[in-house]
Design a protein around this ligand. Structure first.
Ligand code: GLN
Length: 189
């Protein structure tokens, strides 16, 4: 198994460290030449979704990655990564792949007070620590989307087919339960 990590900006190194703990091979995607045909999964990290969305297009990564996601490449988006997969962002133009049937709200907890830690149940895993940093949440989900976690009544994790998103940053906690969940998602057929 080999997982590509989008490394244009943001918290990609932390995802690499999480995959290292699970002994899962990975590589960075910084430009179109880095794409590997045999990649088994893709991680889109947190960071700034508007910047990443712009860079994806400037670097000609947008079309090939979108095509792969559309035909079922397993993808895990955290925070800004969630925003890049959302079909719609409430009140804004979605800049990303728009492959997931969710409506997200950006900087949903306010810009200043938007960072906090919580412990909540994650479907199929149990309690996990959740680090939120100027996080979005999922306002509503459409057909085919399974809600995996909520925090204070708001949807913070979901899955649609082989697409997994979390509004929080699992790569910033010591535990790797959600990365393991993604790896299992890649392995199951
Ligand atoms: N607020 C950021 C955005 O809009 C997301 C923050 C994050 O990824 N930690 O893209």
């Amino acid at each position: 198994m080999k997982i590509g990590i989008l490394a244009l900006q943001g918290a990609f190194a932390e995802h690499e460290a999480s995959l290292d703990k699970l002994h899962i091979p990975h590589f960075e995607i910084r430009q179109a030449d880095d794409l590997q045909d045999d990649m088994d999964g893709l991680i889109i990290p947190g960071g700034e979704s508007t910047v990443m969305g712009k860079l994806l297009k400037e670097l000609s990564l947008y079309e090939p990655l979108k095509a792969k996601i559309e035909v079922g490449l397993p993808v895990f988006g955290t925070c800004a990564g969630l925003l890049l997969l959302a079909k719609d962002i409430d009140g804004e133009d979605a800049l990303g792949f728009r492959t997931m049937n969710i409506i997200a709200r950006r900087n949903a907890y306010g810009r200043q007070l938007g960072s906090f830690f919580a412990e909540e149940d994650f479907k199929g895993i149990g309690t996990v620590g959740m680090t939120f940093i100027r996080a979005p949440y999922i306002e509503s989900v459409g057909d085919g989307v399974d809600v995996l976690a909520t925090c204070d009544g708001r949807i913070v994790a979901a899955r649609q087919g082989k697409q997994l998103v979390t509004a929080f940053h699992p790569e910033l906690t010591e535990e790797v339960k959600i990365h393991q969940y993604f790896v299992d998602m890649i392995s199951e057929n």
